[in-house]
Design a protein around this ligand. Sequence first.
Ligand code: G3H
Ligand code: ZN
Length: 283
Amino acid sequence: PLVSMKEMLIKAKNEGYAVGQFNINNLEFTQAILQAAEEEKSPVILGVSEGAGKYMGGFVAVVHMVKGLMESYKITVPVAIHLDHGSSFDKCKEAVDAGFTSVMIDASHHPFEENVKITKEVVEYAHANNVSVEAELGTVGGDEDGVIGGIIYANPEECKALVEQTAIDCLAPALGSVHGPYKGEPNLGFAEMEEISNLTDLPLVLHGGTGIPTKDIQRSISLGTAKINVNTENQIAATKVIREILENDKKVYDPRKYLGPAREAIKTTVIGKMREFGSSQKA
Ligand code: G3H
Ligand code: ZN
Protein backbone atom coordinates (compact mmCIF):
# COMPACT_ATOMS: atom_id res chain seq x y z
CA PRO A 1 0.00 0.00 0.00
CA LEU A 2 0.88 3.66 -0.49
CA VAL A 3 1.68 5.10 2.95
CA SER A 4 3.55 7.98 4.56
CA MET A 5 7.06 7.47 5.94
CA LYS A 6 6.04 7.99 9.54
CA GLU A 7 5.30 4.43 10.71
CA MET A 8 7.91 2.94 8.37
CA LEU A 9 10.67 4.99 9.98
CA ILE A 10 9.56 4.54 13.58
CA LYS A 11 9.54 0.76 13.05
CA ALA A 12 12.94 0.88 11.36
CA LYS A 13 14.47 2.92 14.16
CA ASN A 14 13.01 0.64 16.84
CA GLU A 15 14.19 -2.51 15.07
CA GLY A 16 17.62 -1.22 14.07
CA TYR A 17 17.57 -0.99 10.28
CA ALA A 18 17.14 1.75 7.68
CA VAL A 19 14.60 2.15 4.88
CA GLY A 20 16.14 3.10 1.53
CA GLN A 21 14.97 6.11 -0.40
CA PHE A 22 15.71 5.32 -4.02
CA ASN A 23 15.20 8.19 -6.44
CA ILE A 24 13.15 7.60 -9.55
CA ASN A 25 14.07 9.19 -12.87
CA ASN A 26 11.73 7.42 -15.27
CA LEU A 27 9.50 4.37 -15.77
CA GLU A 28 12.32 1.82 -15.61
CA PHE A 29 13.68 3.14 -12.29
CA THR A 30 10.20 2.96 -10.80
CA GLN A 31 9.61 -0.57 -12.07
CA ALA A 32 12.98 -1.79 -10.83
CA ILE A 33 12.63 -0.31 -7.34
CA LEU A 34 9.06 -1.54 -6.82
CA GLN A 35 10.00 -5.04 -8.00
CA ALA A 36 13.06 -5.10 -5.74
CA ALA A 37 10.98 -4.05 -2.73
CA GLU A 38 8.31 -6.68 -3.35
CA GLU A 39 10.85 -9.46 -3.91
CA GLU A 40 12.80 -8.49 -0.78
CA LYS A 41 9.65 -7.93 1.27
CA SER A 42 11.07 -4.52 2.13
CA PRO A 43 9.40 -1.18 2.78
CA VAL A 44 10.59 1.42 0.28
CA ILE A 45 10.59 5.17 -0.33
CA LEU A 46 10.48 6.44 -3.91
CA GLY A 47 12.34 9.75 -3.96
CA VAL A 48 11.27 12.34 -6.53
CA SER A 49 13.40 15.46 -6.94
CA GLU A 50 11.74 18.53 -8.41
CA GLY A 51 13.83 18.14 -11.55
CA ALA A 52 13.00 14.45 -11.97
CA GLY A 53 9.33 15.18 -11.29
CA LYS A 54 9.32 17.73 -14.08
CA TYR A 55 11.17 15.33 -16.37
CA MET A 56 8.56 12.61 -15.79
CA GLY A 57 5.70 14.96 -16.69
CA GLY A 58 4.88 16.56 -13.34
CA PHE A 59 3.86 15.33 -9.89
CA VAL A 60 0.40 14.17 -11.00
CA ALA A 61 1.90 11.98 -13.73
CA VAL A 62 4.37 10.53 -11.22
CA VAL A 63 1.64 9.57 -8.75
CA HIS A 64 -0.44 7.91 -11.47
CA MET A 65 2.58 6.01 -12.79
CA VAL A 66 3.47 4.72 -9.33
CA LYS A 67 -0.12 3.78 -8.49
CA GLY A 68 -0.53 2.05 -11.85
CA LEU A 69 2.61 -0.03 -11.39
CA MET A 70 1.69 -0.90 -7.81
CA GLU A 71 -1.64 -2.22 -9.03
CA SER A 72 -0.16 -4.16 -11.97
CA TYR A 73 2.60 -5.65 -9.83
CA LYS A 74 0.24 -6.36 -6.92
CA ILE A 75 2.58 -4.62 -4.50
CA THR A 76 1.97 -5.61 -0.87
CA VAL A 77 4.92 -3.86 0.84
CA PRO A 78 4.65 -0.30 2.21
CA VAL A 79 5.62 2.31 -0.41
CA ALA A 80 5.98 6.06 0.11
CA ILE A 81 6.16 8.65 -2.70
CA HIS A 82 8.40 11.34 -1.31
CA LEU A 83 9.33 14.79 -2.63
CA ASP A 84 13.12 14.98 -2.36
CA HIS A 85 14.66 18.36 -1.44
CA GLY A 86 11.45 20.36 -1.81
CA SER A 87 12.53 23.96 -2.31
CA SER A 88 9.49 25.87 -1.05
CA PHE A 89 6.11 25.59 0.66
CA ASP A 90 4.44 25.87 -2.76
CA LYS A 91 6.37 22.91 -4.22
CA CYS A 92 5.57 20.79 -1.15
CA LYS A 93 1.89 21.74 -1.40
CA GLU A 94 1.88 20.86 -5.09
CA ALA A 95 3.28 17.41 -4.24
CA VAL A 96 0.76 16.84 -1.43
CA ASP A 97 -2.11 17.93 -3.70
CA ALA A 98 -0.90 15.52 -6.40
CA GLY A 99 -1.00 12.58 -3.96
CA PHE A 100 2.55 12.31 -2.65
CA THR A 101 2.54 10.63 0.75
CA SER A 102 5.66 12.36 2.05
CA VAL A 103 7.65 15.54 1.43
CA MET A 104 11.04 16.93 2.32
CA ILE A 105 11.23 20.66 2.84
CA ASP A 106 14.83 21.65 2.33
CA ALA A 107 15.02 25.17 3.73
CA SER A 108 18.49 24.48 5.13
CA HIS A 109 20.10 27.25 3.08
CA HIS A 110 17.85 29.85 4.75
CA PRO A 111 18.74 31.41 8.11
CA PHE A 112 17.61 29.18 11.00
CA GLU A 113 14.48 31.16 11.95
CA GLU A 114 13.35 31.20 8.33
CA ASN A 115 13.96 27.43 8.03
CA VAL A 116 11.76 26.90 11.12
CA LYS A 117 9.00 29.14 9.74
CA ILE A 118 8.86 27.47 6.29
CA THR A 119 9.13 23.97 7.75
CA LYS A 120 6.30 24.69 10.18
CA GLU A 121 3.99 25.79 7.36
CA VAL A 122 4.78 22.63 5.42
CA VAL A 123 4.15 20.40 8.46
CA GLU A 124 0.77 22.03 9.07
CA TYR A 125 -0.40 21.45 5.51
CA ALA A 126 1.17 18.01 5.12
CA HIS A 127 -0.04 16.54 8.42
CA ALA A 128 -3.59 17.70 7.71
CA ASN A 129 -3.33 15.42 4.64
CA ASN A 130 -1.63 12.47 6.41
CA VAL A 131 1.62 13.28 4.66
CA SER A 132 4.94 12.95 6.52
CA VAL A 133 7.63 15.65 6.53
CA GLU A 134 11.42 15.54 6.49
CA ALA A 135 13.47 18.68 7.14
CA GLU A 136 17.17 19.42 6.80
CA LEU A 137 19.79 21.36 8.72
CA GLY A 138 23.32 22.05 7.55
CA THR A 139 24.41 21.47 3.96
CA VAL A 140 24.93 18.21 2.09
CA GLY A 141 27.95 18.57 -0.20
CA GLY A 142 28.04 18.09 -3.96
CA ASP A 143 25.34 18.72 -6.52
CA GLU A 144 21.89 17.28 -6.90
CA ASP A 145 19.67 18.72 -9.58
CA GLY A 146 21.16 22.13 -9.02
CA VAL A 147 21.09 21.86 -5.22
CA ILE A 148 24.76 22.72 -4.88
CA GLY A 149 26.70 23.23 -1.70
CA GLY A 150 29.92 22.91 0.21
CA ILE A 151 29.62 20.73 3.32
CA ILE A 152 28.28 22.49 6.43
CA TYR A 153 27.71 20.31 9.51
CA ALA A 154 24.33 20.59 11.24
CA ASN A 155 24.36 22.23 14.67
CA PRO A 156 22.89 19.83 17.33
CA GLU A 157 21.22 22.60 19.36
CA GLU A 158 19.54 23.95 16.22
CA CYS A 159 18.37 20.42 15.38
CA LYS A 160 16.75 20.14 18.81
CA ALA A 161 15.08 23.54 18.45
CA LEU A 162 13.86 22.82 14.90
CA VAL A 163 12.31 19.52 15.95
CA GLU A 164 10.62 21.04 19.01
CA GLN A 165 9.21 23.95 17.06
CA THR A 166 7.96 22.14 13.96
CA ALA A 167 6.74 18.57 14.74
CA ILE A 168 8.53 17.09 11.71
CA ASP A 169 8.58 13.30 11.31
CA CYS A 170 12.27 12.85 10.52
CA LEU A 171 15.36 14.99 10.31
CA ALA A 172 18.26 15.08 7.85
CA PRO A 173 21.21 16.65 9.66
CA ALA A 174 24.01 17.19 7.13
CA LEU A 175 27.09 15.63 8.74
CA GLY A 176 29.65 15.38 5.98
CA SER A 177 27.78 13.40 3.34
CA VAL A 178 27.87 14.39 -0.31
CA HIS A 179 25.50 14.05 -3.27
CA GLY A 180 27.18 12.12 -6.06
CA PRO A 181 30.45 10.16 -5.82
CA TYR A 182 32.82 10.87 -2.88
CA LYS A 183 36.33 12.10 -3.45
CA GLY A 184 38.03 9.62 -1.12
CA GLU A 185 36.27 8.21 1.95
CA PRO A 186 33.41 10.17 3.49
CA ASN A 187 34.11 11.76 6.85
CA LEU A 188 30.79 11.51 8.68
CA GLY A 189 30.25 13.30 11.99
CA PHE A 190 29.24 10.32 14.11
CA ALA A 191 29.62 12.16 17.43
CA GLU A 192 27.16 14.82 16.22
CA MET A 193 24.88 12.13 14.81
CA GLU A 194 24.65 10.46 18.22
CA GLU A 195 24.12 13.79 19.96
CA ILE A 196 21.40 14.86 17.52
CA SER A 197 19.68 11.50 17.80
CA ASN A 198 19.62 11.78 21.59
CA LEU A 199 18.48 15.41 21.57
CA THR A 200 15.69 14.97 19.03
CA ASP A 201 14.55 11.37 19.54
CA LEU A 202 13.52 11.29 15.85
CA PRO A 203 14.50 8.93 13.00
CA LEU A 204 17.50 10.52 11.24
CA VAL A 205 18.06 10.61 7.48
CA LEU A 206 21.38 10.12 5.70
CA HIS A 207 21.60 11.84 2.31
CA GLY A 208 24.25 11.02 -0.27
CA GLY A 209 24.07 7.25 0.29
CA THR A 210 26.13 6.47 -2.83
CA GLY A 211 29.66 5.43 -1.94
CA ILE A 212 29.33 5.27 1.85
CA PRO A 213 31.20 2.17 3.11
CA THR A 214 29.15 -0.55 4.81
CA LYS A 215 30.83 0.03 8.18
CA ASP A 216 29.70 3.68 8.12
CA ILE A 217 26.19 2.62 7.08
CA GLN A 218 26.03 0.20 10.01
CA ARG A 219 27.39 2.75 12.45
CA SER A 220 24.88 5.37 11.23
CA ILE A 221 22.01 2.93 11.73
CA SER A 222 23.24 2.11 15.23
CA LEU A 223 23.18 5.86 16.01
CA GLY A 224 19.55 6.43 14.98
CA THR A 225 19.65 6.72 11.20
CA ALA A 226 16.48 5.10 9.84
CA LYS A 227 16.42 6.37 6.23
CA ILE A 228 19.23 6.37 3.69
CA ASN A 229 18.96 8.12 0.30
CA VAL A 230 20.50 6.60 -2.81
CA ASN A 231 20.35 7.96 -6.33
CA THR A 232 23.71 8.21 -8.09
CA GLU A 233 24.62 4.55 -7.56
CA ASN A 234 21.53 3.41 -9.47
CA GLN A 235 22.17 5.96 -12.22
CA ILE A 236 25.75 4.71 -12.61
CA ALA A 237 24.62 1.06 -12.68
CA ALA A 238 21.98 1.77 -15.33
CA THR A 239 24.20 3.89 -17.55
CA LYS A 240 27.11 1.43 -17.39
CA VAL A 241 24.91 -1.32 -18.84
CA ILE A 242 23.49 0.94 -21.53
CA ARG A 243 26.97 2.12 -22.53
CA GLU A 244 28.22 -1.47 -22.83
CA ILE A 245 25.28 -2.52 -24.96
CA LEU A 246 25.55 0.46 -27.30
CA GLU A 247 29.31 0.05 -27.66
CA ASN A 248 29.01 -3.67 -28.44
CA ASP A 249 26.07 -3.39 -30.82
CA LYS A 250 26.12 -0.51 -33.29
CA LYS A 251 22.85 -1.68 -34.89
CA VAL A 252 20.54 -1.79 -31.89
CA TYR A 253 17.71 0.77 -32.02
CA ASP A 254 14.87 -0.67 -29.93
CA PRO A 255 15.10 1.19 -26.60
CA ARG A 256 13.79 -1.87 -24.78
CA LYS A 257 16.98 -3.69 -25.76
CA TYR A 258 19.09 -1.39 -23.57
CA LEU A 259 16.55 0.01 -21.09
CA GLY A 260 15.42 -3.49 -20.09
CA PRO A 261 18.93 -4.59 -19.05
CA ALA A 262 19.44 -1.19 -17.36
CA ARG A 263 16.29 -1.83 -15.35
CA GLU A 264 17.71 -5.20 -14.23
CA ALA A 265 20.93 -3.49 -13.13
CA ILE A 266 18.96 -0.99 -11.04
CA LYS A 267 16.96 -3.78 -9.47
CA THR A 268 20.11 -5.72 -8.54
CA THR A 269 21.66 -2.59 -7.03
CA VAL A 270 18.54 -1.80 -5.00
CA ILE A 271 18.28 -5.36 -3.68
CA GLY A 272 21.90 -5.11 -2.53
CA LYS A 273 21.16 -1.85 -0.69
CA MET A 274 18.05 -3.25 0.98
CA ARG A 275 20.09 -6.15 2.34
CA GLU A 276 22.89 -3.82 3.42
CA PHE A 277 20.43 -1.48 5.17
CA GLY A 278 18.68 -4.44 6.85
CA SER A 279 15.20 -3.60 5.50
CA SER A 280 14.76 -6.91 3.63
CA GLN A 281 12.03 -9.12 5.11
CA LYS A 282 10.83 -6.25 7.32
CA ALA A 283 7.63 -5.35 5.44
O1 G3H B 1 18.40 13.09 -1.85
C1 G3H B 1 18.96 12.18 -2.51
C2 G3H B 1 20.22 11.60 -2.07
O2 G3H B 1 20.78 12.30 -1.05
C3 G3H B 1 21.04 10.90 -3.10
O3 G3H B 1 22.45 10.98 -2.96
O4 G3H B 1 22.97 10.55 -5.34
O5 G3H B 1 24.75 10.60 -3.63
O6 G3H B 1 23.16 8.70 -3.70
P1 G3H B 1 23.38 10.16 -3.97
ZN1 ZN C 1 19.79 14.45 -0.80
